[in-house]
Write a protein that binds this ligand. Sequence first.
Ligand SMILES: [Zn+2]
Ligand SMILES: [Zn+2]
Ligand SMILES: [Zn+2]
Length: 424
Amino acid sequence: MTSDPWDETTIAQLVARVQDPNRDRFFEQVRRTGNCHHPIRLRSTAVRSRNGRILMIRCRNRRESVCPSCSWEYQGDIWQLLFAGVAGGRKGLPETIATHPMAFATLTAPGFGAVHGRHPGGCRQPRRRRYCRHGRPNWCDADHDGGDPALGDPLCPECYRYQDAVRFNWHAPELWRRFTIQSRRCLARASRDSGQPVRLSYAKVVEFQRRGVVHIHAIVRADACTDELTPPTAFPAEMLVDALTDAAQGVQIDIPGQTLRFGSQLDVAIVATGGTSATPEAVAAYLAKYATKAADEPGLRRRLHDLAELEALQLRPHLRRMVETAWCLGDGEPNMRKWAHALGYRGHFATKSRRYSTTLTALRQARAEHQRQRDDAADCAPSVEWRYDGAGYLTKGDAAFARAAAAHERERRHLRHLDKASRP
Ligand SMILES: [Zn+2]
Ligand SMILES: [Zn+2]
Ligand SMILES: [Zn+2]
């Protein structure tokens, strides 16, 4: 994330802040919000002076483009939650969690027409080269790099099955629900042979691909059917992988003129420490990254009330067409217009089953308690009442200070992390 160079007003305000006799209080407040970019300002009602006293709290926005600091904190919390569910021994979860059979699954969408992608030896290399009826080639020899804006765009927008793609997004939550039911059935069948029933716990994150359809990444864990979280006995992880694979390949939704199912690019891997398996650290980091990324997708920020508002979203033409398609399909499918801005996807981006791990709320409460114990400063006294005063900083200079402090803090932690990693 880059920030604009400071203009003269910003610089003057920064200088004024540094010369302000109350600067330390301000700097401390910013530090306490974790250098949030758009803190909520609360005004004390106890002090009658014209300025009152201001308390700032985090905006908690998950989007990196809005507030890198809060987005980063959210990513950290998600990681803690996910990691506790695979590694155990933390956040109130037993250490034996690490011995449960676990798998990492990626459920993809099928293809809805050829799109530009990154493939060794050229983007699209069909066996037979031909032109579609719109006169466009069905091949592409380009070697797109990661930042190429063409990635995910159809080779021919006229041939691309936009309606099918939007319908997949629309039905993805139901497809996932059926997948979990089917997985449980497959597991029940498998575990009946082994003599012990098991239960599934999971955490999942939904990712928008460049082509504008959703992918689901999930950590799935098998637990014994007991009140306490205990590992099932005589239940190899391979059995879990088989059950998830069977379920993913088997589920479908039949709608008039179309059968919806997951794509054939199914990936289910065992999660375990050591060996060639995906490690708990890696899968937790992977999912946490996508949980934050999803919150920042363009087009997902604001519900549309009118198709004319689409202009303001500044989407690339392919995604724009996805939104338009969802809007038009909304004529037949009640409510779909409500989710047109999300390309038809109406589910949550990060969810977990109840027993998987701790909750975000519990993590936040623990941190708030920790913070409260640390600063029993007068302005946090519970007897003082606080009233909403506004959002964000009062001057561009203060905002610039918070941004710079956030960047500095992130750099500092990154260096500390690197330092730790480089130690033998
Ligand atoms: Zn914030
Ligand atoms: Zn291409
Ligand atoms: Zn075509």
